[in-house]
Design a protein around this ligand. Structure first.
Ligand code: NAD
Ligand code: WQD
Length: 340
């Protein structure tokens, strides 16, 4: 049985929702986060929501002394590894930072796990590893593609490393979870996505336009061969995503080897459909203009989530309306994010 887990990056967007879900499920959580893209306020909010708090250690996954200390002080059963950098554009400018945090950091963590005899791991991968897939929906059998940027390559490298690791030693039990596009926030409106500076992703951008923090959304291209010409993605509620991790954690506690699961809904929406759905949920207009395509973007991407349904008994429950309402509740209640 899983009693205590280490969540790296647990103060961040997905990690904070995960930490809350784990605590609610009665699992003890140790969070390791260097707060380079988050604040400890997210952890205080978690305590407000569920009355329980994780143990928090501020530190870097590249620091061996901190890692060894965590594994000595706590009886960790499994690690959920979210820590890393995730801005695609920035990764092109600062590849060394991305390979250092995402690849060297992951390697360091796995070495510390092996030293401590902890072999259960859930890794945050991404649909970006499929590159530009030929067929929709994308199943786990689809060939791995060629990511167009260092961020994507860092995820692919860690996936490959983990496959080698699992094949080298049967004690390892690893879930590679390939996320599609996580959005939304916890229904309390107390935790959510709080990007530094100008957001790169669609939903944070839309929501910051809606509260007047940004002037208008640039829609990156309306000449794709999609139903309305704009890009189509599989947006998944972050709380559904956290539920998927709980199921994956359960699965790897009883079976070894490496397992790949897509976490998506199986439904794609276009950028214009997302704008409309957000306006409907919030009652606030979102001004936008059509802009050129963003380099590296693909036309469409949505998951075949049937493997996770079959093997984990998991499927996303929350629809677009709920994703938008929860995003709006978080953004309108916290216009400055965690900075009150
Ligand atoms: P996030 O930036 O909100 O969270 C990442 C957390 O890791 C932050 O709190 C940051 O401070 C911390 N961190 C970064 N480098 C660290 C280091 N070296 N040591 C310790 N802590 C460190 O991002 P998120 O959206 O919550 O993403 C979590 C994970 O999921 C990432 O690995 C990301 O690549 C992956 N992912 C995210 C998405 C997405 O769209 N959000 C999609 C697919 C995969
Ligand atoms: C969604 C759609 C844009 C912003 C990225 C990473 C991927 C994963 C998730 C981590 C696209 C359009 C966006 C804007 C727009 N991250 N858009 N105006 O590109 O699917 O995926 O985040 O693993 O690796 O690449 O997500 O939210 O940036 O874009 O028109 O201001 O919205 O062109 O069609 P994407 P996104």
């Amino acid at each position: 049985m899983t009693e205590t887990v280490l969540v790296t990056g647990g103060a961040g967007y997905i990690g904070s929702h995960m930490t809350l879900s784990l605590l609610e499920a009665g699992i003890q959580v140790v969070v390791l986060d260097n707060l380079c893209n988050s604040t400890a306020e997210s952890l205080r909010r978690i305590e407000r929501i569920c009355g329980k708090a994780p143990v928090f250690i501020q530190g870097d996954i590249r620091n061996n002394a901190i890692l060894d200390n965590i594994f000595t002080e706590h009886r960790i059963d499994a690690v959920l590894h979210f820590a890393g950098l995730k801005a695609v554009g920035e990764s092109v400018q600062k590849p060394l930072d991305y390979y250092s945090n995402n690849v060297a950091g992951s390697l360091n963590l796995y070495q510390a796990m092996a030293r401590a005899g902890v072999f259960h791991l859930v890794f945050s991968s991404s649909a970006t590893v499929y590159g530009e897939p030929e067929q929709m929906p994308i199943s786990e059998n689809a060939p791995i593609g060629t990511p167009t940027n260092p961020y994507g390559r860092s995820k692919l490298m860690v996936e490959e490393l983990l496959k080698d690791l699992a094949h080298s030693d049967p004690r390892w039990s690893i879930a590679l979870l390939r996320y599609f596009n996580p959005i939304g926030a916890h229904e309390s409106g107390l935790i959510g996505e709080d990007p530094n500076g100008i957001p790169n992703n669609l939903l944070p951008y839309i929501s910051q336009v809606s509260i007047g923090k940004l002037k208008e959304l640039a829609v990156f291209g309306n000449d794709y061969s999609t139903r309305d010409g704009t890009g189509i993605r599989d947006y998944i509620h972050v709380v559904d995503l956290a539920d998927g991790h709980l199921k994956a954690l359960q699965a790897i506690s009883t079976q070894s080897g490496i397992h790949v699961w897509n976490l998506g809904t199986g439904t794609g929406y276009s950028v214009l459909e997302m704008i409309k759905a957000f306006e409907h949920a919030s009652g606030v207009p979102v001004p936008y203009r059509i802009a050129p395509r963003r380099p590296g973007d693909i036309a469409e991407c949505w998951a075949d989530p049937s493997k996770a349904a079959r093997e984990l008994g998991w499927q996303a429950k929350r629809g677009l309306e709920e994703m938008m309402l929860d995003t709006w509740r978080w953004q309108s209640g916290n216009p400055q994010g965690y900075m009150e």
